[in-house]
Write a protein that binds this ligand. Structure first.
Ligand code: NI
Length: 226
């Protein structure tokens, strides 16, 4: 499922991240690509060891922790420390699928990438092109969001970033290992949770709501991997 989380970042957080990124030492993005992706990848990235990237990443992680929509859509077990990329005019990232397993830098742990996330950091009017294109069984979705908006999508999807033709597109990207590995199961839980929240907001019959909420948790109990 593809889910949009609007205004994940406050204006202050966005400004703080942009300030740190301006101070960062951008490098060739091919450094973190697999051999196949490296052939189609042309962008700049902040090295993971860059203090500016680490501080900006901390701000992103704190914003994720307070978002009920993110929690409901991704059911996060582990979140990869956010990375930052920058596409200038002529830069793009051709069609690829993200690696399934990634070592978490500075730790002995690895993360299974169930969900991919892109957090847009440049105002949409500041650049042309740079759309994130995500393919699923219904076709391709072209995504270009406002600064501070997040999109999450199945990491199993083929996706690409269209060439930037004006300005620069800056974004954070990262992966989530979900409590629920299977996208179809995660989608079902998200739909159920969304419906329950809708009914609760309308002050629906309490006994029915309790039973429905029980169904949500009992499905999660069947499917969650800890
Ligand atoms: Ni990718």
């Amino acid at each position: 499922m593809i889910a949009r989380i609007s205004s994940l970042l406050s204006a202050d957080e966005l400004a703080a991240i942009r300030r740190r990124l301006e101070a960062g030492a951008w490098a060739d993005g091919r450094l973190t690509a697999g051999y196949q992706s490296a052939e189609v990848k042309s962008n700049l990235q902040l090295p993971q060891s860059d203090p500016a990237a680490r501080e900006a990443g901390e701000i992103v992680l704190r914003a994720l922790e307070r978002s009920p929509l993110f929690a409901s859509a991704a059911l996060p077990r582990h979140v990869y420390p956010p990375l930052f990329n920058r596409y200038e005019v002529g830069m793009a990232f051709g069609a690829h699928i993200d690696n399934a397993v990634r070592p978490i830098p500075g730790t002995p742990h690895r993360l299974r990438t169930d969900v991919s996330a892109t957090l847009f950091l440049s105002p949409a009017h500041e650049y042309d092109g740079g759309e994130l294109r995500i393919e699923d069984t219904y076709g391709a979705h072209s995504v270009k969001l406002e600064a501070g908006d997040l999109i999450v999508y199945p990491a199993s999807s083929v996706h690409s970033v269209a060439p930037v033709t004006r300005g620069a597109r800056i974004a954070a990207f990262f992966w989530i290992q979900s409590l629920v590995r299977d996208d179809a199961a995660r989608t079902l839980l998200f739909e159920l949770d969304t419906a329950i929240r809708g009914l609760a907001a309308q002050a629906a019959d309490r006994d029915s709501l309790v039973r429905l909420t029980g169904c949500y948790h009992n499905l999660l109990r069947r499917w969650a991997e800890l």
